[in-house]
Design a binder for this molecule. Structure first.
Ligand code: BGC
Length: 747
């Protein structure tokens, strides 16, 4: 590869060249496979973790080095950096056939430069920003010897108790599918073979986000309708965007573990969807089928997994220990093994690893790319866009940079480490900017910043309150930083109580009692519950965990250098008892029409049905109006499209962006339909006084659903069309009629 660069061929040109040679990749695979023993083939299906980093329990097996040299390993996870990947790749070159290893890692939201957690990025509703984040991550990771990220997680998440909501795009299928596409394209850039592209991995196939009661790794029981309508489309979007790999999941689906699930992997993914990439198991999930009570032992688990279409075994050692015998005993057809090997080798060829197994491990490129200041700049921009303004009473925000004094209070005010979130690739020398540092960087010399921690994140003690109150009393305004520690959301971080942890809300009450204006920043990996705060403080910014440039981005928003434009990608509950909570519910036979009349209605007698903050909600420093809704037609047949047009105007004093959201409701159908479903959105930037006409095109696909026989079809009848700035704030509404029924191919 170095030679190509020397003669001036760009990465894209190499990708092209590599792609062209893809015509004979299949014959190269044939030739290679003809030389491989059964054991070498099964070696390709085996993935081990390096013992340095891990996201799951370690295996006691310590023969990894010898296994690599013997050609018994196809891929390693958690080896990173040019030096380490070179060292480990060198081991495989001692094997008989010298088949290069694939190096994979959880590059979830940035590699060297940490970007906002995925749920935060989803709040940007900005596909270019999300793609940029994945692009930068891929550029850095590929320069550091990596070929593969285990991202994006495209699981729909409707239950904030589940810790992994931080890793996804939230509750909505339409938004989630758009984000899945953006992330896959961002990671894979100009395509495999390009020096700055890494393989994406759509995970976790499937329905992992729907574990009962939000409990990690829990069982999932769901109708086929919900699976196809809500949970599968983001996977299909990732596949259509070219996702090189898929990962299956830990959960069982309707009694069958996903890893051994023929319906999911063979029938849907590799059958109906004709997927040509490969499927990696989740960490140990093949072996875990024994604990599920689905396989007697790991040998049976291996047979079930390969039969179901799991191509690579991540760290359960079930394939490497059992498959040779299973094939030799006639219990597993060698064709299944050959198919899995072929899929994996194809990716190694596409990446160009047979031309040069070290092509992603160039020390000069690593040094240059990892230190590129443009990456931090990108992280700051994406972080600004991820912040959601939840409340801004009397336009307290933005603050003036010349303000006299600010009291900065709270356990997260000076925290750097929590800004990284659960899934960061941890770097010893990374300096994540805390809120306090961001404020220091921003304010003028005249502004006095004072600080009190008040309490720790999980404290039950109030001993720091007096100092915090004192600091607040002596300031013009108070900024409070509260929320979760970085390891309170993420894998294996389900929580039954998702209120603001410890005594943090009591601290807010104590500070607010000073009478000073209070701005609260909530830093967390999931929607939290903080009803008192929401009702009583002046301004609230939901900042999630924003990564390397967190503090700078927060300061940009606090002082108005960036006008917040984020919108919530998940509903925020009032109480855990509302969970799972999502905006696109069904009407039921007894809908709650009047909040006061809950008797014998589909309601709670002790709490409203509505979320505290709705899906799609988020404020700006400016105001917008939406007017003039017009439809191109009032009746359409399914062969036609309908265009809805409206006018967005910035009616306030600041330039800013609004996310205009289009929802549809099929009023009567042979299967009941949700009260609204997102079917379009546009993020539009306008100067004060500026207006723009926006058009949304509605086609058959947006009007279709699965009928009683699970056929994807339209049915004639009335549709309600709604446009607003949030799922609970519809400003424009009209009806149109669809005149016919047309089944079509879907997913
Ligand atoms: C997680 C995956 C992750 C894998 C490798 C598992 O525990 O569920 O999402 O990619 O570990 O670290």
């Amino acid at each position: 590869m170095a030679l190509f660069c020397l003669v001036g061929l760009s990465c894209t040109a190499f990708a092209q060249q590599n792609k062209n040679s893809a015509v004979d990749i299949e014959s190269k695979i044939d030739a290679l496979m003809a030389k491989m023993t059964l054991e070498e083939k099964i070696g390709q299906l085996n993935q081990y973790t390096s013992d340095r980093l891990a996201t799951g329990p370690f295996s006691p097996n310590s023969t990894k080095t010898e296994d690599i040299k013997a050609g018994r390993v196809g891929s390693m996870l958690n080896v990173r950096g040019v030096k380490d990947t070179r060292d480990v790749q060198a081991l495989t070159l001692q094997s008989r056939l010298k088949i290069p290893l694939l190096f994979g890692l959880d590059v979830i939201h940035g590699y060297r430069t940490t970007f906002p957690i995925p749920l935060a990025e989803a709040a940007s509703w900005d596909m270019d920003a999300i793609k940029l984040s994945a692009r930068v991550a891929a550029t850095e990771a590929s320069a550091s010897g990596l070929h593969w990220t285990f991202a994006p997680m495209v699981d729909i998440t409707r239950d904030a108790r589940w810790g992994r909501v931080m890793e996804g795009a939230g509750e909505d299928t339409y938004l989630g599918s758009a984000i899945a596409t953006a992330r896959v394209k961002g990671f894979q850039g100009d395509g495999l073979g390009s020096l700055d592209a890494i393989m994406a991995c759509a995970k976790h196939f499937a329905a992992y986000g729907a574990g009962v009661a939000g409990r990690e790794y829990n069982s999932v029981d769901m109708s086929d309708r919900q699976l196809w309508e809500v949970y599968l489309p983001p996977f299909k979007a990732a596949l259509d965007a070219g996702a090189a790999t898929f990962m299956n999941s830990f959960n069982e689906l309707n009694g069958i573990p996903a890893t051994g699930n023929v319906y999911l992997q063979r029938d849907i993914l590799k059958g109906k969807w004709n997927y040509q990439g490969f499927v990696v198991s989740d960490w140990g999930s093949i072996g875990e089928m024994v604990a599920h009570g689905f396989a007697k032992n790991k040998s049976e688990a291996a047979r079930l997994a390969i039969t179901a279409g799991s191509d690579m075994d991540m760290e359960s050692h079930s394939y490497i220990d059992n498959l040779v015998k299973l094939v030799n005993d006639g219990k597993v057809s060698v064709d299944l093994v050959n198919d899995a090997v072929r899929r994996i080798l194809r990716k190694k060829f596409e990446l160009g690893l047979f031309d040069d197994p070290y092509r992603f491990s160039d020390p000069a490129r690593e040094a240059k790319v990892l230190d590129d200041p443009a990456n931090k700049k990108a992280a700051r921009e994406v972080a600004e866009k991820s912040i959601v303004l939840l409340k801004n009473e009397k336009q307290l925000l933005p603050l003036s940079k010349n303000i006299g004094s600010i009291a900065v209070i709270g356990p997260l005010a000076k925290s750097n480490i929590d800004m990284m979130g659960f899934w960061s690739v941890k770097w010893d020398n990374d300096h994540l900017i805390s809120l306090y540092e961001g404020l220091e960087n921003k304010v003028s010399k005249q502004t006095k910043l004072t600080y009190a921690k008040g309490c720790n994140i999980n404290d039950e003690q109030e001993t720091g309150f007096a100092e915090a109150v004192n600091v607040a009393k002596n300031a013009d305004v108070v900024i409070m930083a509260v929320g979760e520690a970085y390891d309170m959301s993420g894998e294996a971080k389900s929580r039954a109580n998702i209120h603001l942890p410890g005594v943090q809300e009591k601290l807010i009450k104590a500070v607010k009692a000073t009478g000073k204006p209070v701005i609260v920043l909530v830093m967390a990996g999931r929607p939290l519950i903080f009803n008192w705060t929401a009702n009583n403080v002046n301004s609230i910014l939901y900042t999630w965990w924003l990564g390397s440039e967190a503090g700078n981005a927060m300061a940009d928003v606090i002082f108005g250098d960036y006008n917040p434009s984020g919108k919530l990608p998940m509903s925020f509950p009032r109480a855990e008892g509302q969970l799972p909570l999502y905006y696109n519910q069904k009407n039921t036979g007894r809908p709650l029409l009047n909040a006061k009349d809950v008797l014998y209605k589909s309601a709670y007698i002790d709490l409203p049905n509505t979320p505290k903050f709705a899906f799609g909600y988020g404020l700006s420093y400016t105001t917008f109006s939406l007017t003039d809704l017009r439809l191109s037609k009032e009746k359409i047949c399914s062969g036609e499209t309908l265009t809805a047009t409206c006018t967005l105007k910035n009616t306030g004093k600041y330039a800013g962006a609004e996310v205009v959201q289009l929802y549809l409701r099929d009023m009567v159908a042979s299967v009941t339909r949700p009260i609204k479903e997102l079917k379009g959105f546009q993020k539009v930037y306008l100067k004060p006084g500026e207006s723009r006409e926006l058009s949304f095109v509605i086609d058959k696909e947006k009007l279709s659903f699965y009928d009683q026989t699970m056929k994807w079809t339209t049915e004639p009848g009335q549709f309600k069309l709604m446009i607003g700035d949030s799922s609970d704030h519809i400003e424009l509404e009209t009806n149109f009629e669809l005149t016919d029924s047309t089944p079509s191919a879907h997913l």
